[in-house]
Write a protein of this length. Structure first.
Length: 479
């Protein structure tokens, strides 16, 4: 039954009703019903007394978690976002009714469509942490349709908490909300989605006193296959960008995070651009693979490192001077017809002069792979290749062989492509330098293959001139 009543309201209360009137397109009766309905829900909440210690525990357990949208909308009507001034009055009255002893101040550049907001909240520390998260979430979510507000800073002071927000885009606004206030949201959602799995994982770590190792499946597959494992996939997944685009400072921090959380090592310390890995492995072979794996990872990032191993420590020292020298050699090969062994002779002599470098082959490996990649990039630009196939790869290698003075041929056997070097002026007589040259040339080939096909192709060595065979032969197998 509808009952009609004539009522008079002072301007103060008409102003408070205005957001609800706007929400219902000027229907004053509908606005009143909405406001009364919501007030009824709040009265029910106010009548539910909770012991203060229990309330603080609930608030603490919800720290760094965002409130579900439906609950947020029940607590603060989205229509209140239409006026920052009315929102501030409403929030202080609302939390005053709850007797939480907090005060909220909103400073803004525009009452209706704010592009900048500074929110200050004072009161009991535990309560204002929760309220700050709640109100920031409200401001960000309800600004997305107009001027998305991104959280720029959250500052704790003696009096309370200050939050600075300013205009941005939807993506960055939502990311900032999760960064500052929802750090455990994804974790909790993931665990709740697969509780049995995560309970088993946690139990295994506890039972082993955290001596479990968690690695990417590709990494484990490399271990089973006897290869030096590569960490690129894991690092790139964390960084959400190609490994070559990660700044060195960020790269070292990512390696520390991944190596420690996966339990590959016990601890990682970083001092500027030097990294020290502490481990408890006993096998020399395992330590050597870890050392080479770290070296390869930093090389993939574009940086040359010394990798020294002791009983329980691996020290990674940045050698930017060697990296610069490698770049010089690569540029010389790209821009001239110089023979590779001539450039290598210069580089090898340079390395010999650096007595503190313990592993010259690793430096030559880095040189070879970077050379192969660079030569392929140059050929790619010259011929405008967009997609690599075995045919244009073969043509590119023929061009490279011409540059480094080798005679080679290709043969298809089933799914395998045989690459045979019949004559090589740099194979020599098997002395130390010639062995290093051959090693670098093989790595040049691997660098070229990796650039063209990534992990979709593998190379196997069958014969080597430097080992006394009549020719060199490798097998390329597409995966």
């Amino acid at each position: 039954m509808n009952i009609t009543r004539h009522i008079s309201l002072e301007d103060e209360y008409v102003e408070k009703l205005k957001p609800y009137v706007d929400k219902h397109d000027g229907n004053f009766g509908a606005a009143l019903r909405d406001m009364i309905s919501r007030a009824g829900k709040y009265d029910t909440l106010n009548s539910s007394a909770i012991d203060n210690s229990l309330l603080n525990w609930i608030l603490k357990e919800n720290d760094e978690k965002l409130v579900p949208s439906d609950i947020l909308n029940e607590f603060i009507d989205p229509v209140m976002m239409n006026s920052m001034d009315n929102l501030e009055i409403y929030l202080n009255r609302r939390f005053g009714e709850l007797k939480w002893g907090v005060h909220i101040t909103l400073n803004y550049d525009n009452d209706l469509l704010p592009g900048e907001v500074l929110m200050e909240i004072s009161g009991d520390h535990q309560k204002i942490r929760f309220i700050t998260s709640l109100l920031t979430q409200y401001l960000v979510i309800n600004s997305l349709r107009h001027i998305p507000l991104e959280v720029r800073s959250v500052i704790n002071t003696n009096k309370g908490i200050k939050v600075e927000l300013s205009g941005s885009n939807n993506k960055d606004a939502l990311i900032s909300l999760e960064t500052f206030f929802g750090k455990t949201d994804e974790l909790i959602r993931t665990v709740k989605s697969y509780p049995a799995f995560w309970k088993a994982i946690v139990n295994r770590h506890l039972l082993s006193n955290y001596n479990m190792v968690t690695v990417h499946k590709n990494y484990f597959e490399d271990l089973l296959d006897g290869k030096i494992p590569e960490w690129e996939v894991t690092i790139e997944n964390h960084a959400k960008k190609p490994i070559r685009e990660i700044p060195l400072k960020d790269m070292l921090a990512l390696m520390k995070e991944v190596f420690e959380t996966s339990r590959i090592v016990d601890r990682v310390e970083i001092d500027k651009d030097t990294m020290i890995l502490f481990h408890s492995y006993r096998s020399k072979g395992a330590i050597e693979k870890l050392r080479k794996s770290c070296h390869a990872l930093l090389e993939a990032n574009g940086h040359m490192y010394d990798a020294r191993a002791t009983a329980n420590i691996i020290i990674m020292t940045h050698r930017s001077d060697v990296g610069r020298k490698i770049n010089e050699v690569v540029d010389a090969l790209k821009n001239s017809s110089n023979r590779l062994d001539q450039e290598l002779l210069v580089f090898f002599g340079y390395l010999k002069g650096l007595k503190e470098i313990p592993d010259i082959p690793m430096s030559l490996t880095s040189l070879g792979r970077r050379t192969g990649k660079s030569l392929m990039q140059g050929y790619e630009q010259e011929t405008l290749i967009k997609t690599w196939t075995l045919d244009n790869f073969q043509q590119a290698l023929h061009s490279i062989d011409t540059r480094i003075h080798r005679e080679s041929e290709w043969k298809l056997e089933g799914k395998d492509l045989l690459y045979t070097v019949r004559k090589c002026n740099i194979a020599g007589n098997g002395n130390e330098f010639d062995n290093y040259v051959c090693h670098t040339v093989r790595e040049t080939f691997k660098g070229a293959l990796s650039y063209a096909f990534g992990n979709k192709a593998e190379m196997y060595t069958k014969y080597l001139l430097s080992h006394g065979d009549n020719f060199c032969e490798v097998v390329i197998r597409m995966l």
